[in-house]
Design a protein around this ligand. Structure first.
Ligand SMILES: [Zn+2]
Length: 438
């Protein structure tokens, strides 16, 4: 038996989208959609998943729908009908069907990011959706990929019902990524920017920093952000190829990298592209401006002479749905921005990538969204963890993902691997993570 026949009286774009996610990312099974009840009755298929309001006269695995997937637009009042299996919550609970809840509505709710469009949703000054507004944070399960748990439950339940149905799980994967917001601390910054920095440091009493700057100036000391040799060596040792996202936007506000025409900066990007994946860290200014995004994309393409189709938004400042519409327009096919700055965890409840669903147009876009569940800056600056505690946090997240055979995307910066100042001891964290992420 190698096909699961899925019956529903109507396949809305939402339902098709969610089925595609569930039955290709985690549960790998051949499936066929059937909306004609007569056909089901006539053929008496051996494995039927019934997503309708009634049980069928044939043998079926029944999931009773709530109405989220047959609706259009965004409703300000969605009742989630939360219940629990052990410590893991689920939504759209049912009585009497074969799973106990409408898993498809529950997953759609999370991966469409429905809650981010709610009138109660809160945003910070950078326009970032705040984790406190999210149901997973409110239920204190942000660090559990709950949707991955649900898919595991569904896999088991279908397997119990149809032991001969051919189904497979995916294999765990790890992608190590780094954002290059500031390629160098002092090198190549020019005399004007340098002197200004030095004056500020001395006036602010930051003498150690000032002495470092002068040392780098005179080429006596290595630039603290120049951690590239270490980055390439440690990945080689762990047989990993990192993915580097370079910020090449114009200097403005929080977009602070060197000018994209700077010779050493271009050289660094070029040589990195020989040893690692190099893609675009699109600037904060480009997050709502397609023209800027296109400019930055072609800047980078002109430097590396390779197509750019992956991005991470600087400051993780994505705004739904505009940023993803722009990605789609610009020909970006993969995004790695989905995470929070202030807490770690699974913003969409899953470690698996999913296509962005534009709720306002009821349409799936060809942009595959990868979650970045844990960023070193979150642990060090927002949560103020010690290196030892940070390793623990990584271990917990990695174990959760391994349990789901999911994908772990790590997010670091060249700056935080300096092993100096506030980042002293964090190389150990990085290496501890690489060790555990294997
Ligand atoms: Zn950044």
């Amino acid at each position: 038996m190698n096909t699961l026949y899925i019956y529903a009286p109507h396949f809305s774009p939402r339902l098709k989208y969610t089925l595609e996610f569930v039955f290709t990312s985690y549960i790998k099974v051949n499936y066929q959609l059937i909306d004609d009840l007569n056909e089901i009755n006539k053929h008496r298929y051996p494995c039927v998943l019934n997503y309708s309001f009634e049980t069928l006269p044939v043998h079926d695995f029944w999931i009773k729908p709530h109405d989220l997937l047959s609706q259009n637009g965004i409703s300000p009042e969605i009742e989630l009908h939360t219940d629990y299996r052990g410590p893991v919550p689920y939504f759209f609970a049912n009585k009497n069907d074969d799973l106990g809840f409408d898993i498809f509505s529950a997953i759609f709710y999370l991966i469409s990011r429905y809650e981010e469009y709610q009138p109660t949703a809160e945003f910070d000054k950078y326009g970032r959706y705040q984790p406190e507004s999210s149901v997973l944070q409110q239920l204190k399960v942000l660090q559990k990929p709950v949707a991955d748990y649900w898919m595991r439950w569904l896999f088991k339940a279908i397997q119990n019902k149809y032991p001969n149905l051919e189904m497979h799980k995916p294999a765990y994967r790890f992608i190590s990524t780094l954002d290059i917001d500031n390629a160098y601390a002092f090198t190549n910054k020019g005399w004007v920017r340098q002197s200004g920095g030095l004056v500020k440091e001395i006036a602010g009493g930051r003498f150690q920093h000032a002495s470092y700057r002068i040392g780098t100036w005179l080429n006596l000391k290595a630039d603290p952000f120049d951690t590239y040799d270490y980055i390439f060596e440690i990945h080689k040792k762990h047989q990993q190829k990192p993915l580097l996202f370079f910020l090449v936007g114009d200097k403005q506000g929080v977009d602070t990298n060197l000018h994209f025409r700077n010779k050493s900066f271009r050289q660094l990007i070029k040589s990195s592209a020989k040893k690692a994946g190099v893609q675009l860290h699109n600037s904060y200014a480009s997050s709502r401006k397609l023209k800027r995004l296109n400019e930055e994309k072609s800047r980078l393409e002109n430097i590396i002479h390779q197509p750019v189709h992956k991005v991470r938004q600087h400051y993780l400042a994505i705004q739904l749905p505009q940023t993803y519409r722009n990605y789609h327009e610009a020909g970006i096919s993969e995004d790695y921005s989905l995470g929070y700055a202030s807490v770690h965890g699974f913003r969409a409840g899953t470690s698996f990538p999913f296509y962005f669903y534009d709720l306002q147009n009821e349409k799936q876009l060809d942009v595959l969204v990868y979650s970045s569940p844990i960023m070193e800056v979150t642990l060090q600056q927002y949560l103020q963890l010690e290196p030892r505690e940070a390793i623990q946090a990584y271990e917990t997240v990695i174990n959760e993902i391994k349990k789901s055979d999911g994908i772990f995307v790590s997010l670091w910066h060249n700056e935080s691997l300096s092993n100096r100042g506030e980042w002293k001891g964090w190389r150990e964290v990085f290496e501890g993570m690489l060790e555990r992420a294997k």
